[in-house]
Design a protein around this ligand. Structure first.
Ligand SMILES: Cc1cc2nc3c(=O)[nH]c(=O)nc-3n(C[C@H](O)[C@H](O)[C@H](O)COP(=O)(O)O)c2cc1C
Length: 190
């Protein structure tokens, strides 16, 4: 559903490329929920139940895949938080994106507005994963907002023991990113 001026809320579907219970990237999504501006709601979509992609399953999509695709399709914008695995984004995330792209006549990410976040225990904060992810999203002609970048390095110092984001500078960047994303999405509906 596209955003229009009658709608009270912009709906964002958010997912993280980590299944880890205490994932820092899932922590970024929770922080985004807390910090999201008025007029915007962020729904976190878990990737836990998604099977490994298999074309044989496309003729009768597994319920978890159908649910994932529906939640993405009905959103006005997408937020992806990605870990960095071996200088790229993780297979968990690629698997979810591959499911979102199939079957070919039911592509769930096409033309959606999108923002990225990343957290890593390394000092580069997962920026290489974001850079590798962007060309994949461009293939779906997604509208990618580039700045402000949310890149949280040395994550062990920025999150508490429950993987909640406590670093004030990172929280401020999320606020700025989400406020701009709201305007970014509106700009496509005018
Ligand atoms: C297979 C694997 C590869 C990794 N490669 C990188 C890397 O290239 N760069 C980096 O900054 N961190 C790397 N890390 C560390 C991750 O940034 C760290 O595990 C992070 O906490 C993962 O995100 P999560 O907390 O959301 O699960 C790697 C971790 C794993 C498990």
């Amino acid at each position: 559903m596209a955003y229009d001026q009658q709608m009270s809320e912009i709906r964002i579907a958010a997912f993280a490329g980590s299944l880890r219970r205490l994932s820092f990237n899932r922590g970024l999504l929770r922080a985004s929920q807390e910090l999201c501006p008025s007029g915007m709601a962020i729904e976190i979509v878990d990737l836990d139940g998604l099977p490994v992609y298999n074309m044989d399953l496309e003729s009768d999509l597994p319920p978890a895949v159908r649910q994932f695709k529906d939640r993405i399709s009905s959103a006005d914008g997408i937020l992806i938080a990605t870990p960095e695995h071996n200088h790229s984004f993780p297979g968990v995330l690629k698997n979810a994106i591959d499911w979102a792209s199939r079957p070919y006549n039911d592509r769930s990410l096409d033309h959606k507005a999108v923002i990225l976040q990343s957290a890593s225990t390394g000092y580069m904060g997962g920026i290489r994963a974001q850079i590798q992810l962007r060309p994949v999203l461009a293939y779906f002609e997604m509208k990618q907002m580039q700045f402000p970048e949310v890149v949280v390095g040395n994550a062990k110092q920025k999150f508490d023991e429950s993987s909640n984001l406590v670093d004030s500078e990172s929280r401020d960047r999320i606020v700025k990113q989400l406020e701009k994303f709201k305007l970014f999405i509106k700009s496509f509906s005018e």
